[in-house]
Design a protein around this ligand. Sequence first.
Ligand code: B1M
Length: 229
Amino acid sequence: MSDQDEDIILKDLDDNELVAQMQDDLYDGMIPEVTEGTQILLDRGWDANMVLNDALVEGMRIVGEDFRDGILFVPEVLQSANAMKGGMGLLRPILANSSVNSSVGTFVIGTVKGDIHDIGKNLVGMMLEGAGFEVVDLGINTDVDQFLHAIDEHDPAILGMSALLTTTMPYMGVVIEELDKRDMLKDLPVMVGGAPLNQEFADAINAHTYGRDAAMSSELAKAIVGKNR
Ligand code: B1M
């Protein structure tokens, strides 16, 4: 099927059919189609958060299930991740510009050492920008020295860490311990998040806050900054 044909078909679908098709296209790692579907929904007046959650995040959830069950493998999942990023590229300016305030504070964020998952972290960063934070994104595979260096350089209001693997989430505790040793924790709230985490884990490693998802995390971040003012 040519791009042109796919183009016409996507535009002809009703909203429910289009969302289902976008989830299929995300599964198949079809970057232009997912990007185009995102644009069509936005053009039809869909809220950016709805596009994100109903089409992209839900599509990635399905990918995750088949990855877990050995039906999809790393190269395919990587393609799906890239397709998701295509859609997110269109949503980013909308989500990041939804705030009326200028900077409410700096939020340093990174995916911890040993972990290269960055889609969730990027989403959290976008929502924080939308909430008025200046976001310093340290990227993936971030070790304790990189976090410390960034804190020194940017004097953030909040430090955020993301982990998607059960094997990398304990590293968040390593970073927090190091901050504690340097007596930095009392002035620097730490937010942790990522699919395998929960409140119990966050409490166990002495994190200030657990962010369950991107929307909740930006609400929590605003509340923390409000309280510390
Ligand atoms: Co990976 N992977 N992966 N993977 N991958 C998972 C996490 C896994 C659950 C899949 C599965 O088995 N079902 C599994 C982990 C199992 C475990 O730890 N028990 C897994 C595995 C095993 C692996 C490898 C080890 C596979 C291998 O090589 N054999 C490998 C590890 C590489 C490494 O990191 N060292 C690997 C590699 C990859 C890809 C590179 C192929 C790709 C990542 C691409 C990328 O990120 N650029 C990938 C992907 C895409 C996934 C799944 C399918 C999707 C993750 C995702 O993007 N979700 C994932 C399965 C799943 O989670 N369902 C899986 C969508 C995203 C929006 O959600 O990231 O949860 P999430 O973020 C949410 C919240 O968690 C929260 O807000 C976000 C938005 O609402 N949040 C925060 C996240 N960070 C936050 C920080 C906060 C606050 C909230 O405050 C600071």
